[in-house]
Design a protein around this ligand. Sequence first.
Ligand code: GLN
Length: 294
Amino acid sequence: MNSGDKCSLEQAYRQGMEKLKNAGVPEAELDAWYLLEYVTGIGRASYYADPDLKMPAEQKTKYDKCIEVRSRRVPLQHITGEQEFMGLSFHVNEDVLIPRQDTEILVETALELLDREKDVFQRERGTIRLLDLCTGSGCILLSVLHYAKCRMEGTGSDLSTRALTVAEGNAQRLGIAAEFIESDLFNDISGRFSMILSNPPYIRSSEIAGLQDEVRLYDPIEALDGRADGLYFYRRIIAESPAYLEDGGYLLFEIGHDQAADVTEMLRRQGFDEIRVKKDLAGLDRVVYGRYIK
Ligand code: GLN
């Protein structure tokens, strides 16, 4: 192609896809497509109506840049700056774990329990208080607050100031009222809650090196590393939670696929009742919860 010639959408897309494939990017076709859509704002229907449409030079330059960055295995979501979760759009960057689809099971479980118990919670305490430990982007807390059919006060906490900046931005962007506190788990939290949720870091330290590059290099390590046996945060949260749960309150976790037995046992020993495990869409154990009855 002469340097004066403009590149068509289809040519750009094919080049982008090839580069991503050569770089070993999983789902190269899809990512090349998403980036094309991101840069041009053109959807599938318009693309197929006229794939020969010429791309303005500055768009082509931007697209090439995005492809180059993605070929270094920078996650797509860090390039576009967003990830959809529970049908809501969350801003993300390298300071927070990118919301995973699997985590929607945790949110759905929380919503089911709230729907079932909201009248009791409200009658007994007036206000339903919700706490999300290790909130990261805020995706769990903010989705529960957005979809719950009852009025609640929501608090999100994280050890990372930078993560909290992202979470606060997401609350604003979605127009959801929530409080964010910088705290190492419960250290700076006060009062009692009807429900405590957490998707803490749960990968065994020795398994981090084997994760895909997008996760290993670009998700914050503090959001992944659950120490030697992966259970460090569950152990601490379960031990300390009775002082922060109302009578009859729930503690809900996302877990790794092989952690249900250990986390269930920890909850049982701490005196939790009604312990349940829920699976994700792949049929893997994904959520464990229990109820604290004094
Ligand atoms: N599920 C995440 C992953 O696949 C890990 C999230 C976590 O440690 N809480 O990497």
